[in-house]
Ligand binder design. Structure first.
Ligand SMILES: [Zn+2]
Length: 131
């Protein structure tokens, strides 16, 4: 991967950085180059607050090998407070305690370990807010 791409992905994974259309204000995550609503190319970065709620979810028992240490885990569709719907892994919660509409917040966690390269990838996951 070239460096600019690595930096872009870092912003997406660590800061939940998406984009906002300067023409119609539409928010997108991941960021887009062209607005899907009005086709404008005047796009600027937009950092989401990392709060949302569970729209739907499913529990994964047979994942790709780099995720086996987390099994079983929950992958959810999350409606961000600002609007866009994203897919993310949930953490710090048992699958049986996840429910539709549950409030969640972003945290940075280990995503996977690529054993062949020894690289540990970190990024966002979502968890229920600490009370
Ligand atoms: Zn637009």
């Amino acid at each position: 991967m070239d460096l600019p791409r690595i930096w872009r992905l870092k912003s997406q994974r660590y800061k939940l950085e998406g984009s906002q259309c300067k023409s119609c204000q539409k928010l997108s995550f991941p960021p887009v180059q062209v607005c899907s609503d009005c086709r404008s190319q005047e796009i600027e970065p937009f950092r989401f607050a990392g709060k949302g709620s569970v729209y739907s979810f499913s529990t994964v028992y047979n994942p790709l090998t780099q995720f086996t240490e987390f099994v079983p885990y929950v992958v959810a569709l999350i409606d961000l407070a600002e609007g866009p719907r994203i897919t993310a892994q949930l953490t710090d919660v048992k699958p049986e305690d996840v429910s539709i509409g549950m409030k969640v917040e972003m945290v940075i966690r280990k995503i996977s370990e690529q054993s062949d390269k020894g690289a540990i990838v970190y990024g966002y996951k979502f968890r229920p807010p600490i009370k």
